[in-house]
Structure formats: C-alpha cells, structure tokens
Design a binder for this molecule. Structure first.
Ligand SMILES: [Zn+2]
Length: 479
C-alpha cells in the first residue's frame, strides 16, 4: 500500500515539474473566448490545508522543491466567504454565492435569503452551448454540487434536490451517488436513478464501465457501486484500487466533454474535493492531506489540457470555506513536521468503523490500544497520551468511573467519536498541527487561477465575485 501511494506521489511530482514548465513557457492569454472552464473547489480547503499537503509531499518525496500544482498557478488571490446571516458560512450558502452570485443564508441552496430562485453559472453556460460536468467526492446532491442545479431552502432536502438533478440536463455527473436515493430518505417515492435513466442518462457504477465509456456516450451519471454513509466516495487513504478515484472521474470527464475536432466545443467542469471538509471536521490531518493531494492530481489533468489549449482555457481553484481553524505550529506539541502523518494507515472514519466492532464485542482497553497503534501509528505513548486515550475509551465504552460530564465530553470531542477524535488530536499534536474547531471558520480562503481571464481572480474579493467574473468572461460580445 505504501509503495502504491509513493508511486502516485512520484507521478504527481513529475506532473508538477511539467506544470511549472507550462506556466513558464506560455504567455498569459489575451481576451479570447474561454471555451473550456475548470472550477476546482476544495471543500474546507484553506491556506494551511494546502500548505500542510505541500510540506507532506516534500517530505515523502524527500525533495524540498516539490510543489502542489495549485500552488504553482500564476494567479493567486484571497476570497472572503461570509454568509448573508452569519460570519461563518456552510457549503450551501457559499456555493450559492459563487455558483449564483448572491449571498444567502446558511443551509439555503440556489435561492437568495428571501427564498427567490437563482440562476447558476452552470445554467447560464449551458444555455450558451457549454457542456456541463460536475465531479465530486461527496454525494452529487450535497450542497456544493446542488447549488449549480437545485433551488431549495434546506440543503437536507436531498430527495427534492435529486429530483432537480434529473431536470438539469447536465452532461456528466460523477463521483458520489445520491443521498436522495437512500431508502430512509426516498421512502416510497420514485427512484432517482430510474428518473435519471428515463432522462437518458447512462448509469455507470464500476471503474471498468467508466474506462469503457467513449466519446459520444451521451449523458452520464457515474458513481461508485460502494459508497460511504453519506453516499460519497471513500477517503483516498482508504480507497480500494478497484474503486474509481477522483482523478479517474476527472480524466474521463475531460475525454467525454472535450472534442478536439469541433472548434466550437465548449465545456464547464466543476470538480469538488468534498472529503477535505469531512476529514477536517474530524481534525484528521492525515486523511485531509491525501484528499488535497488527490484534488491536486485532478488539477494536474486540467493543467495538461490547458497546455494543449492555452488560448481558450481557464482554470480556477478555491474553497467554499475553511474547516477546522487549521494551524501550522501549536502550544504543547512537537515542532511542526508532517512525519507523524505518514504513520497513519487509514482515515479516522475507517478507524471509527473498526472501533464500533470492538465496542460491540466489549473489547478490553489493550485491544483498542493495539488497533490505535496499527491505525494511527500512535505507539510508544507518553503517560499523558495514554491518559487521554484511556479517558476517551472509558467515556465511549460507558465505563462508570470515566469521570467526565457530557458538557466536558462535548467540548473535547464535539460530535465525533471520543477515541477517534482523541487519536486525530494526538497525531496532530505530534505533528505540531493545531485545530481551533471541528466545524467551519470565517478565515478567508486562497484562490488560484490560470488561463484566459484568470487575472480577474487576482486580489482580495468576496465569493460572489467568482460568479461575476465567470459571467463577465463568458458573456458573448456584441459584434
Ligand atoms: Zn463542512
């Protein structure tokens, strides 16, 4: 597994070197029609998430010059993310702002704060003849993706959001499945998958089927046959090789949406790294790093396309908000270093699933401690580390002398599983990484861009500017 991962990183690094060359050799394109637009959204991906991933890459490659592709783009900006009703936003309000150009309330998708329907940039571009693709590691009806096609007062109205997906007419949907199709949500209402088939979508659920898709395949909805509890892709750290990865879905999307033989070919592709946010909610730095690197590999694919079509391609990369209040350096920990992250073998989510089995079997502390060592590389524990894990174990396993109130547990573990959160925190302490929260923050986020119109993304601006810039860049000029 480690060799497999290292090979992936070596490939990534070679691509990064090529990418730097592409930007050095190509002049910034003049104002020409932008026919190919890549929008990458790292959900929860702030500056520290990107920087820690880059430091990790340098470490694992033992190369101080290794760099993320997204950090190599020529235009770098800063974006504020505040919602209409709160300073700390969520994916729904932020995605509505950058997809539709209007501030809205937390939880609202594709409607303004007065609940009026908004038109997304994807709908505008579709009307102009662009093919539309949405790829996400989260479910296709999660708030970020939904802001491009749905109009709901609640991001949790998954079935209604999915019903709008079937009406979207978008060309390529890939990555996660649909929460709205889950039996407990759909109940006795008609199947969304069937509704998509009725609209002419091919439903693709394996990597082999995905690889076989050829240009002219028509409308496609590709998701993995095996998904997590939230209908998303497995974390990159846990992904079996038979599961298609984010990069597989992006590569196929470029192949299906582009057409080198058609000078009028136009497409708009949204690519979301949704698991970055999910990892940060668990303060799981190791899983977060692998999600950022996976998104960066997908960025490499877009940059390769840009290298072949520099006159009419735009790439823009940003986050909907930051998650975790992530810092590089902390009190009471080691000096900042990413070495301890390399010792973690699975995501916190995967560990929690294993822990639940131990919990069901009433496993003794030593068995749990052994699993912690195997999963997180937390061996040779200090007295203080042992104490913290034992407290969490006693609380989680409802051992009477746990000596912790519910309020105290809430402050320590949030909504997370106590032993798991303690372990992700201890890994972070060993790495000198700090977290202020298990939720979102109001910290402005980095924006990177390259290609036609990319200079609009330079500077310090609000998230509604993403929509406004794209609209300005793509509005057909009067002759
Ligand atoms: Zn979140």
């Amino acid at each position: 597994m480690e060799t497999h991962i290292n090979k992936r990183f070596v490939r990534l690094f070679i691509l990064s070197a090529v990418i730097t060359g592409i930007f050095l050799s190509l002049p910034q394109a003049a104002a020409k029609p932008v026919n190919h637009i890549f929008m990458f959204i790292g959900d929860g991906m702030g500056l520290a998430q990107r920087s820690i991933a880059e430091m990790y890459l340098k470490g694992i490659l033992n190369d101080p010059n290794a760099k993320l592709a997204m950090n190599s783009l020529p235009v770098q900006g800063i974006m504020t993310t505040l919602a209409a009703d709160k300073p700390i936003t969520d994916s729904a309000a932020s995605a509505t702002a950058f997809a539709c150009g209007q501030k809205t309330n937390v939880g609202f998708v594709g409607v303004d704060k007065d609940k009026n329907r908004l038109t997304s940039i994807a709908d505008i571009l579709k009307a102009q003849g662009y093919k539309i693709g949405i790829v996400t590691t989260s479910s296709i009806d999660n708030a970020t993706a939904a802001a491009f096609y749905a109009h709901q007062e609640s991001r949790k109205s998954y079935y209604e959001i999915c019903s709008e997906l079937a009406q979207s007419g978008f060309d390529y949907l890939a990555g996660g499945g649909a929460m709205g199709e889950k039996p407990e949500i759909r109940q006795d209402k008609p199947s969304i998958v069937q509704a998509m088939k009725d609209k002419g979508y091919s439903i693709i659920t394996t990597k082999a089927e995905l690889e076989q898709l050829k240009k002219g395949a028509g409308k496609v909805w590709a998701y993995n046959y095996e998904l997590d509890d939230q209908a998303g892709l497995f974390y990159e750290k846990d992904r079996p090789s038979e599961h298609a990865s984010l990069i597989d879905y992006v590569r196929k999307g470029i192949e299906l949406l582009s057409d080198a033989n058609d000078p009028n070919n136009k497409f708009f592709m949204v690519i979301e790294g949704g698991n970055i946010d999910h990892a940060c909610h668990k303060n799981d730095a190791a899983a977060m790093v692998h999600e950022v690197l996976a998104l960066d590999q997908a960025v490499c694919e877009a940059v390769k396309f840009y290298g072949e079509h520099p006159d009419n391609t735009l790439i823009v990369i940003f986050a909907d908000h930051e998650t975790g209040g992530l810092g590089m350096g902390r009190n009471g920990g080691s000096k900042f270093n990413t070495d301890s992250l390399t010792k973690q073998k699975c995501s916190a989510e995967m560990f929690t699933a294993r822990l639940k089995k131990l919990y069901d079997a009433n496993s003794p502390y030593d068995t749990v401690a052994n699993e912690i060592g195997n999963s997180f590389g937390l061996t040779n524990l200090s007295d203080n580390e042992t104490l913290l894990i034992q407290r969490a174990y006693k609380y989680a396993f409802k051992i009477p002398d746990a000596g912790m109130s519910e309020d105290e547990a809430k402050a320590l573990y949030g909504n997370g599983e106590p032993v798991t959160i303690t372990c992700t925190q201890l890994v972070s302490v060993r790495a000198g990484i700090g977290w202020t929260t298990m939720a979102h923050t109001a910290i402005p986020v980095p924006v990177s861009a390259a290609g036609v119109g990319s200079s609009a993304f330079d500077g310090y601006f609000d998230n509604t500017a993403i929509f406004q810039n794209l609209q300005a860049i793509t509005t057909p000029q009067q002759q």
